[in-house]
Design a protein around this ligand. Sequence first.
Ligand SMILES: Cc1ncc(COP(=O)(O)O)c(C=O)c1O
Length: 410
Amino acid sequence: MDNQPRVYSSLPQEEHNAMHNTNVVVKAKGPYVWMDDDTEPYIDFVMGYSTSNFGHLNDDILTAFSSLTSDNVVFFISKEREELIQKFGKALGLDGNWNFYFPVGGSMAVEAAARACLLAKPDGVLLSFVGAFHGYGGVSRVLTDRAFLKSDVFMESAKSIKSPRPLDLGSDELALKALEDNLKNNVVAGLFIEPVQGASGFNDFGATFLKGVRELCTKYDVPMVCDEIQSSMFRCGSLMVCLSRSVVPDIMLVGKSFGGGVVPISAVIMSNEIAKKLPIDHAAFDSTFSGWTVGVSVALKTLSLIEKNDFAKDVEVKGKLVDKILDEELTTSELRARVRRVGLAIAFDGKDSDESERLRLEMMSNHVIIQTSGVDGSKCKLSPAITIPEDVLESGIRKFAVAVKKVVAN
Ligand SMILES: Cc1ncc(COP(=O)(O)O)c(C=O)c1O
């Protein structure tokens, strides 16, 4: 045994595949990361897949750890958890008719929402959209577009149908008609929608479609679940996309940057209407670390940071800067139209996975990290820290525009 080699490996992970196991990150701060073999930092336009919207190891958020004292409760229903409920409800501008649950990680939040829907309609199916990504858990996996899941063993854990998007049918009207047919012809227990689809390449459903979905959910008495695990926390310019578009769903899901980039904590925010249908016993809204104090304390710091700053304004200003650089550099309308933006969620529509991978590698050689994305890998996503200094953003986006021209020309 003693003579065995001792270099161990990680199990295959999608994230590693997307980055082709290129380098190991040894240090991260603000908008930058440092790789093992290099002293020059890389501008990070992935930010832990929108987990670190407020910059890597944000100093304000890190104070959550040093301010923990022996007066804090570590587990169970703590005073800190109650404080978070009140503070988050207020930040979202909700009235008192809402209920909160804080699981660990996004997929667990999706599972909890699906469970709430299915407890009310056990024979129902769950509905999500083409291109959806709701996680790799059991039921969250069922809601995810099959194209993301090459090998699967969980598909039968709940029944689901996928409705086409405006993007697939060419108009809001046709997609709403298809959705209405689905709601009419099936017993739908819950409808899951990412107002701006994350993994499939920042596809924005738009306000009109979202409002139409809300109306249909009300008409057919189907809970509307907005999965904003990736789109919230100012990635797309607002705390929550749905609320900024005057759409109030029945359940909202938040994750990723809610934990400030340093702990896994998500939130399920559920209206009284849905919550009152849940059984008091055995509703199973519990796992050991749900609502744990370290997670809750960090989320409280995230909310304080949001209170202290005008991130909506910052994203608006930085978004305009991105547009200005892209307009200057990408002078043909065909090329310019291939770069889309919602807030600081920026996507490039490659013609295939080879083109998007070449763009990723070109950017890597320029010390900017972006990710390939989409059900077929043909997109690139750029998710800069929303706290990124403007000159760093400008330099990264200019390199991106130059790289787009080079890659598309070859
Ligand atoms: C919209 C959305 N929902 C759910 C998830 C799953 O979250 P997690 O990976 O934290 O389980 C993700 C992750 O990327 C996501 O983007």
